[in-house]
Write a protein that binds this ligand. Sequence first.
Ligand SMILES: Cc1ncc(C[n+]2csc(CCOP(=O)(O)OP(=O)(O)O)c2C)c(N)n1
Ligand SMILES: [Mg+2]
Length: 317
Amino acid sequence: MISQSCGLLHAAHEDDRVFGMDDYQGPVARWCSGCGDHSVLAASQRLLSERQLAPESTVFVSGIGCSSRFPHYMKTYGFHGIHGRALTIATGVKLTRPDLDVFVVMGDGDCISIGAGHWVHAVRYNVNMVALLLDNEIYGLTKKQTSPTTPQGYGTNTQPRGSYLPAMNPLEATLGITNASFVAQTAEWIPAHLFATLKAAYDHEGFAFVRILQRCPHFTADLFEAAVKQPDLVEILEGPGGIRVESLDGIYDNKVEHDPSDLGGARALAQDSEVVRVGLFFKDESRPRYDETRSLSKHSAREKIEILDRELERYAV
Ligand SMILES: Cc1ncc(C[n+]2csc(CCOP(=O)(O)OP(=O)(O)O)c2C)c(N)n1
Ligand SMILES: [Mg+2]
């Protein structure tokens, strides 16, 4: 169901409107107080204002979960989709309407569990969009079931004696997918870093995958507590071509030099570690994009049906 809460139908932002954050603000978000999703929502509205994206040319697509309520709270177009299928819907939107800016919001269950197949191929297809993984390391909406990113040994309602398996590492996995072109990690409790990461992801030409470490105050309140309280436990990747946030100097001084064009180095840094690493792990804009090779929009609806009919005729018996 596409919601058109912006109430505007202009095709492009060709006028002299100036958009403030309020212009992207939908109804009051019904997430719990202390939920990290609020921070991601604010950073996204700030990004849209910073880049002056017209609300009617912007689409937020989600699956199902607490985090997937995101499109309801944005005054843009939105599609609150099906659990695990946000990336397929978003790919369809972008291929059909390449003029729109497409953002995808997924939970860890949505993306890494039920949507894993689509995640792998969306990374490989490298269609130009921003994909946000709001990773609270739990199924939040359905009340504390083990997700693929739940730490081993962490008790949940489905595995009360502790999650049996080692947690999947979404960064390591994404960096292992052929044709990955942008992989970053940030944390919602460091808003300046989150905002800078969203900007870099939006400016990237291709599929930008951003894992956002996100607190769930009800079910995984303890998971990121140490890193929130002790900035030294957070290691910032920095280097030419990376994400540099000057305002964090003096607070987050635990830094590691990294060249985002170095895939091997990115994979090594993405591996599990005692520290939380944030920054741009990998970026390569020379990777082929499926939306560049297969743009459906150059044909009218009638032409598309004619092409399809011709194709089907070839197989007539
Ligand atoms: C096909 C399907 N399977 C299962 C569900 C039930 N379900 C809804 S949300 C969800 C998981 C939510 O966890 P996550 O994706 O991590 O999002 P969060 O709520 O933590 O933001 C599940 C299993 C569903 N709605 N549809
Ligand atoms: Mg979750």
